[in-house]
Write a protein that binds this ligand. Structure first.
Ligand SMILES: [Zn+2]
Length: 472
């Protein structure tokens, strides 16, 4: 955010405006409004209040959703107007490439009819590299009134993993001073917009995030952020709520066409089973470490154990809903069963050493991991094992895949937790966070960001609840 107004005043104003806006549009099925506000604008989209549709069964498409974006830069209008006045008629067209596109097909969609330019594009190595038959590239062409090319640009992800979330590739094709076509390829930093979203779980987490127009990659981040707090396979309940503040990536001012534009989750809140969990992203500008998530009190949002040995995915989250899972609670047979399709990855809930990896009587293919202090986790009925005895594993590292080996009636993961050989309820140990506090200096910097982040969460939650007054 460039030169932000004082956060507190801004938020107070934002809250007022957001609440008033949501109340005013309570009856609207889908409303679009733009609210200008001291230096930055809010666009709120698509609020579908349940109150207005109470005679229908809840439908994913009608669940409340709130999308707010803050454009962070104002376009410089004067130069654009001047340029417009000086130009002959020019047309700009954009498209997104498909895997089956030929160069001719792309140029046709972009309204380019220019034999000379097409010839250059066909033979230039840089262009071939940038356009080589891949889907999801954002293309833009400027032409004159007859379709002669003035400038062509393409924007697409960088290959280097380290810069994937921060930079995009930009190809620019235009004539140089001597009139020859020239192609240039650069890596350019993404622009970011902030988006607020809130939702209520009715069937699955993904149904709820879909209804809130939250990209899958953001939903996955949400599940991972709260993986130490909530077992999304067993503990998610109808009525659980979430609020997310996340970044949407833009390339030259346009939301990127790949990955639904999903950037990083900056702040999130999850209300489940009467408890509210919050996590805020913080990259200490004065510190060496890359950023991570913290609880509002400044302790790291990490735990020794994940709440679930299965990563949340569309497949596993839908599986339990479609078919009644075997899901017995701990106590019935000293473990917890997760119904999941054969092949679903199974992960270590905590860092440790593989104690056994192989066949174990009725358990079938089984991995046990020792976590120190006599704490052991067990993963049974696997179809495949991907680790060896004695191997060190990190938290979340894949151990093998779900199967039905041993005494299993169908594909599922049988999971146990033991302390000094005694079985324990996994729910009881997973919640022991290993909070590492920030240094006093970092904490002071964190505190400033925290006010803004918590305020944003509040605004998103206020919008959601104002849109559905009967739902609290
Ligand atoms: Zn079992």
């Amino acid at each position: 955010m460039t030169a932000p107004p004082p956060a507190r005043e801004l938020l107070a104003a934002l809250r007022l405006r957001a609440g008033a806006w949501a109340r005013a549009h309570r009856r609207a099925f889908v409303a679009v409004a733009t609210v200008g506000l001291a230096g930055f604008g809010i666009t709120a989209l698509a609020l579908a209040p349940l109150a207005a549709i109470s005679s229908f069964a809840p439908d994913a498409a009608q669940l409340p959703r709130v999308t707010i974006s803050e454009p962070l830069e104002l376009p410089a209008l004067a130069p654009q107007l001047r340029a417009l006045a000086e130009q002959e008629l020019e047309l700009t067209r954009g498209t997104v490439s498909r895997s089956t596109d030929s160069l001719d097909a792309l140029l046709a969609r972009l309204g380019v009819h220019d034999v000379e330019a097409a010839d250059f594009l066909r033979h230039d190595a840089t262009v071939a590299l940038a356009l080589g038959g891949r889907a999801g590239r954002m293309l833009r062409a400027r032409t004159d009134g007859t379709g002669r090319l003035v400038e062509l640009s393409a924007r697409y992800p960088v290959d280097a993993h380290a810069r994937r979330g921060t930079h995009f590739n930009r190809l620019r094709v235009q004539r140089d001073e001597s009139g020859h076509w020239r192609a240039e390829l650069d890596e350019v930093a993404f622009g970011t917009q902030l988006r607020l979203a809130a939702g209520v779980v009715r069937t699955s987490l993904f149904a709820a995030t879909d209804a809130a127009d939250v990209p899958d990659a953001v939903a996955m981040q949400l599940a991972e952020i709260f993986a130490i707090d909530i077992d999304f396979h067993r503990e998610l309940r109808r009525g659980d709520r979430f609020v997310i503040v996340y970044e949407v990536l833009s390339a030259d001012g346009e939301v990127v066409a790949w990955n639904e534009g999903a950037g990083r989750v900056l702040a999130a809140e999850f209300m489940s089973g009467g408890r509210t969990h919050r996590a805020l992203w913080f990259a200490d500008p004065g510190g060496q470490a890359r950023g991570s998530y913290y609880s509002p009190d400044g302790s790291s949002h990490r735990g020794a154990f994940l709440a679930s040995p299965l990563e949340l995915s569309r497949v596993t989250s839908g599986f339990a809903a479609r078919r009644d899972p075997i899901s017995q609670r701990w106590g019935a047979h000293l473990g917890v069963d997760y119904a999941a399709p054969t092949g679903t990855p199974v992960r270590a809930v905590g860092a440790g050493t593989v104690e056994t990896a192989g066949w174990m009587r009725g358990y079938g293919l089984t991995v046990t991991v020792a976590h120190g202090n006599g704490r052991v986790t067990l993963y049974a009925h696997l179809s495949r094992i991907g680790v060896r005895r004695g191997e060190r594993v990190a938290q979340g590292q894949p151990l093998g895949r779900v199967g039905a080996t041993g005494w299993a009636t169908g594909p599922h993961l049988h999971f146990e937790f033991r302390v000094q050989g005694v079985h324990r309820d996994p729910d009881a140990f997973a919640r022991n966070g290993e909070a590492r506090p920030l240094s006093p200096q970092a904490l002071a910097r964190f505190a400033m960001q925290r006010e803004l982040a918590l305020g944003q969460l509040e605004v998103a939650a206020a919008l959601a609840s104002a849109a559905q007054p009967g739902e609290r």
